[in-house]
Design a protein around this ligand. Structure first.
Ligand SMILES: NC(=O)C1=CN([C@@H]2O[C@H](COP(=O)(O)OP(=O)(O)OC[C@H]3O[C@@H](n4cnc5c(N)ncnc54)[C@H](O)[C@@H]3O)[C@@H](O)[C@H]2O)[C@H](O)CC1
Ligand SMILES: [K+]
Length: 535
């Protein structure tokens, strides 16, 4: 796993490295080398380097010098003369570079800038980095749209200029990078908010050779899950299993209004490897679900007058629950009094539990002002996995706003820290999904846009439940097991898009390609881990 840092954590890391004997000036030299190396991959003959007032600009000045030494024509565009730069380390490298074989243009008009940029094969964006806050001010508010309009390859240093490195927010304008060379460690804003849209391909500049020895001493906002991290999490299928010992899942879901959600969750659980899946659903929709799922036993439990779980459903489901390796509750169940009793009852069982969709909304009604105020309601010995999207997560924490990765992580941490259990994991779903446990925040491989379709969450919940059932509790890191499930869901999005076209994928397509998605996840993990693949 690769650490992802907040801005404050990055500054702390730089200080720590300085105490170990490597100065910030030396880091800037390495940052410039990393940026120049990334630009050189384009094999350019002419490069324009846009620099700002700060140390991000300093990295750009260093890179400009290196590129010109490689025989590349380099234009450096700066808002001020090198002598006027306030940061001593950036001023030093700017003066050094200006005295060498580069053309320096200070404070160009928009037209002059466009004509300089038009001569370049690649542009290096070293305008603003982690020191940037608020809305972009002139002259950069003029430079950035002019650059974007030209559509040239752009390599951004650390973060695309205009992107808030902490939140991923873009207030006004932001460089649309082809590639970003982030420094020391990726910044959380690259994965949050609008970061993924603007950053292009992200690579990390290795500025310090002993990083592994010090990075553990700085807290990190999150960690990126790499394919090789998942090698221990594939459910294998020994020949001596039977349908029960493979892993059994009870899907408590559906209502007369939303029977399809129960069908999709159950089918996904079966396709994701559970040997025995059963659905418990209100009587009112049981027959319809039976017809749709010939391989799955469907148990009807008492309905209320609207065809949702009724008051007597909770005890009927509790009797069933303890016979299964995992219970998934929520898809399509709607929020009713009977549903709330059902969720309360399931939380009290000792069976691993996945709560999704309206089970989460029922849970958030169990406490006013945030469920984390009453952790005894959801604190339990057995694993509990919550799979909220932003709105559901917001309701769980008393309607605190949750609108980007950072706020989702914060809200999820409130829940897991209040319960304080290793077995509680929140899969905070969004364009960038975070998996939040009491000690870890993991960022699994992010899924394609084809996953943004109704029912996609029901499929993910089924995959998670199946993997818990198949593991039989033999798991040392629930966050990684959840990352595996999210990776399979993402690969299903890719595989379904390849078959159906990205805009045409519907949730049932994801279920049909789950077998292929699991194979893809496994192959990628083995390849990343350097394990030989058979033919
Ligand atoms: N992480 C590392 O190991 C290293 C990082 N380096 C680079 O340093 C920058 C951070 O540098 P800093 O000087 O703190 O900030 P910036 O250059 O990002 O920007 C500061 C500069 O920008 C001006 N500014 C701030 N907000 C705005 C705005 N809204 N509009 C216009 N201008 C704005 C402000 O006035 C300052 O002058 C980091 O990203 C790395 O690239 C080092 O090289 C060392 C190694
Ligand atoms: K930048």
């Amino acid at each position: 796993m690769k650490p992802v840092l907040s801005v404050e954590e990055t500054l702390r890391l730089e200080d720590l490295i300085e105490r170990e004997g490597t100065s910030k000036a030396a880091l800037m030299e390495h940052a410039g080398e990393a940026a120049a190396a990334r630009v050189a991959q384009y094999k350019p003959q002419h490069v324009a380097v846009l620099v700002g007032f700060g140390n991000n600009g300093g990295d750009g000045w260093v890179a400009a010098d290196i590129l010109s030494h490689q025989g590349i024509a380099v234009d450096v565009v700066s808002p001020i003369e090198p002598n006027e730069i306030k940061s001593p380390i950036a001023r030093h490298v700017a003066r050094r570079t200006a005295g060498r074989d580069v053309r320096v243009i200070v404070g160009p008009s928009r037209d002059e800038l466009v004509s300089i940029l038009s001569e370049a094969d690649v542009v290096l964006d070293a305008i603003l980095g982690t020191g940037f806050t608020g809305a972009v001010r002139p002259p950069f508010s003029i430079w950035i749209p002019a650059l974007n309009e030209l559509g040239l390859p752009v390599v951004s240093v650390d973060v695309p200029s205009g992107l808030n490195a902490e939140t991923g927010a873009v207030e006004t304008v932001c460089v649309e990078a082809t590639a970003t060379v982030t420094l020391l460690a990726p910044k959380i804003g690259l994965y949050s908010g609008e970061g993924p849209e603007y950053a292009g391909e992200i690579t990390c500049g290795q500025l310090y050779s002993h990083l592994d020895e010090v990075i553990g001493d700085v807290e990190h906002a999150a960690e990126i899950v790499e394919p090789a991290d998942l090698v221990d999490y594939f459910p294998d299928l020994p020949s001596n299993v039977n349908k029960y010992s493979r892993g059994s899942v009870l899907v408590v879901a559906g209502s007369a209004t939303y029977p399809g959600a129960a069908i999709m969750a159950a089918k996904a659980a079966a396709r994701a490897g559970a040997g025995y899946v059963t659905v418990a659903t209100p009587d009112a929709c049981a027959n319809l679900i039976r017809m749709a799922l010939p391989c799955v036993p469907v148990v009807g439990v008492p309905s209320d007058s609207r065809g949702a779980f009724g008051a007597a459903a909770a005890s009927a489901v509790r009797e069933l629950a303890h016979k299964f390796d995992c219970v998934l509750c929520g898809p399509g169940m709607t929020v009713t009094a009977g549903g709330m009793q059902l969720v309360t009852e399931l939380l009290r069982t000792d069976v691993p539990l996945v709560l999704d969709a309206d089970a989460l909304n029922c849970m958030s009604r169990l406490a006013i002002g945030g469920i984390e105020e009453t952790p005894e309601v959801y604190r339990r010995e057995a694993p509990l996995i919550l799979t909220p999207h932003n709105k559901e997560l917001s309701r769980l924490v008393g309607d605190e706003p949750v609108d980007d990765l950072g706020s989702a992580i914060e809200a999820a941490q409130k829940l897991v820290w209040a319960a304080g259990s290793d077995n509680l994991v929140v899969i905070a779903k969004g364009p960038s999904t975070a998996i939040v446990g009491v000690e870890k925040v993991l960022l699994p491989m992010s899924g394609p846009a084809s996953l943004a379709t109704a029912g996609s969450g029901d499929v993910l919940a089924g995959i998670v439940a199946a993997n818990i059932a198949v593991s039989h509790g033999d798991i040392d890191c629930w966050e990684l097991l959840c990352s595996y499930a999210v990776a399979v869901h993402s690969y299903a999005g890719h595989a379904a898009a390849a078959l159906m076209g990205e805009r045409s994928v519907i949730a049932t397509d994801l279920i049909d390609v789950l077998g292929e998605a699991m194979n893809l996840t496994e192959r990628e993990a083995l390849r990343d881990a350097g394990i030989e693949l058979g033919d």
